[in-house]
Write a protein that binds this ligand. Structure first.
Ligand code: CP
Ligand code: NVA
Length: 308
């Protein structure tokens, strides 16, 4: 049985296989052909943080695959009142067929997974957001930019940046990360990515100048400067991230056919300008829709692994 906790646990071949499956199911879905890949299966969806895309895409996704999703907000289940994760995991995984969790520290999802009888999918932790990156790469493939790919990530060295590091290290493209000083990526995650990059030939550069990162890139991406759980740091962060907005001037440094991606929700006027969000290079809504398709690929793949 496999889980989907970080992209570091997956090989390049496995990531591409899941994406191929996702594309095939997307085509079928677009033709209104809803094949029941997971009939009568239940997906438990535990949320300790807010969500629009993750919730809607997983719930819709499992339904279209022939199953049903259970939205379990930690405010409503006993987990929020202190029931241990180990007990929660053994109880829920004895009743459902697959679990998706959005939580805080990555060690929490690892703890849950240790006790789970069914595959567990990471729907975002403080450290990683792997399902988002599957949707992002699917969008890049569809835009025909997966060859000679140069991704510039501008902003906070957060869960998105870490998952970009893992994806790049596995698939072997070029990734340039520019963060303000003091907001760099986690050094352990970076070291691990650099180690994996030796195998794949990925090129990773880390710096503090967004213009250097964006120059000549084919994908420009960013994320909120204030992630969930960091609300108390908002005032300081807005000052520290001054100059890191992806605006049209910044985009003009990228290649002319470059695209802009953002996992959303986006804060216009902070990490990205209105003009870029709504501009012709922006594929943010295609990217958001691909959450549905990419995650259906992940769920079906995990289900097949369990049954093989
Ligand atoms: N990108 C993303 O995960 O969005 P939600 O927080 O709305 O799920
Ligand atoms: N980095 C953001 C992503 C939200 C989808 C957060 O963790 O809040």
């Amino acid at each position: 049985m496999r889980h989907f906790l970080t992209l570091a646990d997956y090989t390049k071949e496995e990531i591409l296989e899941i994406l191929e499956l996702a594309s095939q199911i997307k085509k079928e879905t677009k033709n209104k052909e809803f094949k029941e890949y997971m009939p009568k299966q239940t997906l438990g969806m535990i949320f300790e943080k807010s969500s629009t895309r993750t919730r809607v895409s997983f719930e819709t996704g499992i339904y279209q695959l022939g199953g049903v999703g259970l939205f379990l907000s930690s405010n409503d289940i006993q987990l929020g009142r202190g029931e241990p994760l180990s007990d929660t995991s053994r109880v829920i995984s004895s009743m459902v067929d697959m679990v998706m969790i959005r939580t805080f520290g990555h060690e929490k999802i690892e703890e849950f997974t240790k006790y789970s009888k069914v595959p567990v999918i990471n729907g975002l932790t403080t450290e990683y957001h792997p399902v988002q990156l599957m949707a992002d790469y699917m969008t890049i493939q569809e835009a025909g930019l997966d060859k000679d790919l140069v991704v510039a990530y501008v902003g906070d060295g957060n869960n998105l940046a870490h998952s970009w590091l893992n994806l790049c290290a596995k698939l072997g493209f070029e990734l340039r990360i520019a963060t303000p000083k003091g907001y760099e990526v986690n050094s352990n995650i970076l070291d691990r990515a650099l180690e994996m990059a030796k195998l794949s030939g990925a090129k990773i550069s880390i710096g503090n100048d967004p213009k250097v990162a964006v120059q000549g890139s084919t994908v420009v991406t960013t994320d909120t400067w204030v992630s969930m759980g960091q609300e108390d740091e908002k005032e300081q962060r807005l000052k520290d991230f001054d100059g890191y907005i992806v605006d049209q001037n910044m985009m003009s440094l990228a290649q002319s056919n470059a695209i802009f991606l953002h996992c959303l929700p986006a804060y216009r006027g902070y990490e990205v300008s209105e003009e870029v969000m709504e501009g012709s290079q922006s594929l943010i809504f295609e990217e958001a829709e691909n959450r549905l398709h990419a995650q259906k690929g992940v769920m079906v793949w995990l289900d097949r692994k369990r049954n093989s």
